[in-house]
Design a protein around this ligand. Structure first.
Ligand SMILES: Nc1ncnc2c1ncn2[C@@H]1O[C@H](COP(=O)(O)OP(=O)(O)OP(=O)(O)O)[C@@H](O)[C@H]1O
Ligand SMILES: Nc1ncnc2c1ncn2[C@@H]1O[C@H](COP(=O)(O)OP(=O)(O)OP(=O)(O)O)[C@@H](O)[C@H]1O
Ligand SMILES: [Mg+2]
Ligand SMILES: [Mg+2]
Lengths: 254, 254
């Protein structure tokens, strides 16, 4: 049984890529098979693991039907963790797919073959609500929304959850909101505390695990490593481990 | 003579909105007439000034031709600073304009009437390279690219400058890169220093002014104020003042 999770939020810079990579790595370290799908034309998830796709072997080629799943999945350098890398071509997919039949279901169809091999598929989304994010939300069973502990990130949450509702009603009835994840929490500022309180008040299914702001998390991608491999004792590495355990506990309850 | 400047970068969370608001306010305090155009469906620039548009009077209505310039420009609460607010409807404009004639020139045409009343028009862009950002880059004389001093923000710069080149060649021959602005610089980390050095090495026209990471900058939007009004002595307020002066000096040289 594979659980496909979209990591999405229209607001930029809230920790979508960082969460995809580090939650993926934490689940893999607990023995679960994880596939990361880089579905952002910025290809930050691919860069974070120092993976550059072979020509014609990226997530763009997969959804346009130019390559098969087996051709695009590559190792990440971490055990139990594989990735389908992205290139900037993916920005073109929004336009190329706009008039295609079943344009919202391309990723869902393309990932159907993956069910047997992984426990989790994590899809990193771009900061928008265009066709790429809609494809990810349609392919996913669940969605995790990273929320930076700052005022502007709070502002846009209502808008984004409206979009989720539209996708659920029109494209993917089973889509569940797995939870909101508070990120870049800085306990030295009252702003972080205020935003965290506000988010928990409006969204009861906010994860207990909170990811602290930690420069080590921002350094890890430049070494092509998840935080657990770069600095396992850093506060962010520990927090992503707690998140993975919290998810698995809830999974058991589900 | 009005200078229209797009504040743009595909990477999310790098300080586009914060720069639009605070550079706008700094230029206004130096006596220049400034119009802010919120061209992001997240409407963060509007929220940062506590401005919510009347129904039918937003940047969406302007580019779709439902409202005139005079109907959509509203006061910001700051002297010499006005704004055209946004709503989430703007996300629909990407789809609605996709098949329209002259779809890339809608904002440029809509802003033509503004030339007589403002010295600067600053356009806040969403974190993407879709039709909204292309409209902003086509309407603008210049572009400012905020770059967060972190590794992942560095990764995507090459891709974004390629997009600028495409717009310059096909839609707006006169588009100039006014400069790259280093934001959220944290002098306690070597990461910030490394990224800043790297950006200056590749892009000679990086502004001398550097915006430091300062929680006061993140708090100001929740009060609906630019940083100069919220905390004029904060490092970020001083830095945006320096940026405004540096721009005006170069303007004199241009
Ligand atoms: N817990 C953390 N502590 C410190 N820095 C962090 C943390 N999480 C993420 N970052 C840094 O913050 C920046 C934004 O994070 P990231 O790129 O993961 O966000 P994103 O939502 O994927 O952005 P985009 O909207 O552009 O896709 C990056 O430079 C990243 O390294
Ligand atoms: N100099 C600074 N110091 C501290 N925080 C900052 C600074 N500049 C911006 N911020 C905060 O960082 C976050 C991202 O900034 P902002 O929203 O302006 O970026 P953006 O590029 O407009 O994001 P998006 O891609 O979503 O449009 C916001 O919460 C903002 O308040
Ligand atoms: Mg990302
Ligand atoms: Mg913004």
């Amino acid at each position: 049984m594979t659980t496909a999770i979209a990591v999405a939020n229209q607001k930029g810079g809230v920790g979508k890529t960082t969460t995809t990579i580090n939650l993926g790595a934490a689940l893999a370290r607990l023995g679960h098979g994880v596939l990361i799908v880089d579905f952002d034309p910025q290809a930050n998830a691919s860069a974070s693991l120092n993976v550059r796709p072979e020509p014609g072997r990226s997530s763009y080629d997969l959804v346009l039907g130019h390559a098969t799943l087996l051709e695009v999945v590559v190792p990440s350098g971490q055990e139990m963790l594989s990735i389908i890398p992205a290139t900037s071509d993916l920005a073109g997919a929004e336009i190329e797919l706009a008039a295609a039949l079943g344009r919202e279901f391309r990723l869902k169809t393309a990932l159907e073959g993956v069910a047997m091999s992984y426990n989790f598929v994590l899809i990193d989304c771009p900061p928008s609500v265009g066709l790429l994010t809609v494809n990810a939300l349609t392919a996913a069973h669940e969605v995790i929304i990273p929320v930076q502990c700052e005022y502007l990130a709070l502002e846009g949450l209502g808008q984004f959850t409206n979009t989720l509702e539209l996708v659920r009603r029109n494209l993917n009835r089973g889509l569940r909101l797995r939870g909101l994840l508070l990120t870049m929490y800085d306990r030295r500022t009252t702003l972080s505390q205020q935003v965290a309180d506000e988010v928990r008040r409006h969204f009861p299914n906010t994860f207990r695990a909170v990811i602290p702001r930690s420069v080590r998390a921002a350094e890890a991608p430049s070494h092509g490593l998840p935080i657990q491999a770069y600095d396992p004792s850093s506060p962010a590495a520990i927090a992503y481990g707690e998140l993975a355990e919290e998810m698995l506990r809830k999974e058991g309850e589900a």
